[in-house]
Design a protein around this ligand. Structure first.
Ligand code: E4P
Length: 222
């Protein structure tokens, strides 16, 4: 199973990379907005520079999202984003226009991540259009009392049934149990916020056991 980090923060990306468990990065416009100190001075070229900095830190897929709605505009922006670095994956919303753009990119050999996926049929369309990755948003579905992980299970089954190579990224992860369930289902990837990555390492019995070991080790002479 691959772990991506779901953030645009360079500090968080560096910290997760240092753990040695990081396989890639996903960003979206909201995550970018969070790290911008002065929005009035943040340009599209600053955005591209930021994506390039992320690519310098992590040697793996880095999803950069298009910020346009029409297929032709997504295609122009996606080609521009893909030119930043070979690891850039163009993130397109699962809309009719997004599908057209995904099909275009797939024919051009530009990798894509179909995002904002909330139904099995959207995921099927993403695979048929040639998306390299599909991102079902489990947390946002859970928020509206819908089974987010149930959707992941459906997508994994559908893709297995037909041998689609599109990799499933469990997105909108909110807590460690989402990661456990994603791995039990056999999802290819979970994209995880940094605080949740840290939570994965925690266990109260580890803390208690370590405390006792340190106390007992203190009887030894240095
Ligand atoms: C990742 O690709 C998604 O953009 C992200 O996981 C969405 O997460 P959120 O629902 O916490 O905003």
């Amino acid at each position: 199973m691959k772990f991506f980090i779901d953030t645009a923060s360079l500090d968080e990306i560096r910290a997760a990379a240092e753990l040695g468990v990081l396989d890639g990065v996903t960003t979206n416009p909201s995550l970018i907005a969070k790290i911008v100190r002065d929005p009035s001075n943040f340009t599209y070229s600053d955005f591209k520079e930021h994506i390039a900095k992320i690519c310098d830190i992590v040697d793996g897929p880095v999803s950069a999202e298009v910020t346009t709605l029409k297929a032709e505009e997504m295609i122009a922006q996606g080609e521009d984003l893909a030119a930043i670095h070979e690891n850039v994956v163009v993130k397109c919303p699962l809309t009719v226009d997004g599908l057209k753009a995904i099909r275009h990119f797939s024919q051009q050999g530009i990798r894509t991540n179909a995002t904002l996926v909330f139904s099995p049929n959207q995921a099927l369309l993403a695979a048929k259009a040639g998306a390299d990755y599909v991102s079902p948003f489990v947390g946002r579905l859970d928020d509206i009392s819908t089974d987010g992980m149930g959707l992941v299970e459906q997508i994994v089954t559908m893709y297995d049934n037909y041998g689609y190579l599109t990799e499933v990224i469990v997105a909108s992860v909110r807590h460690p149990q989402h990661v456990v369930e994603a791995s039990m289902i056999g999802a290819d990837i979970a994209t995880i916020p940094y605080p949740v990555i840290r939570q994965l390492a925690n266990h109260p019995l580890t803390d208690a056991g370590l405390k006792k070991f340190m106390e007992d080790a203190a009887v030894m002479k240095r």
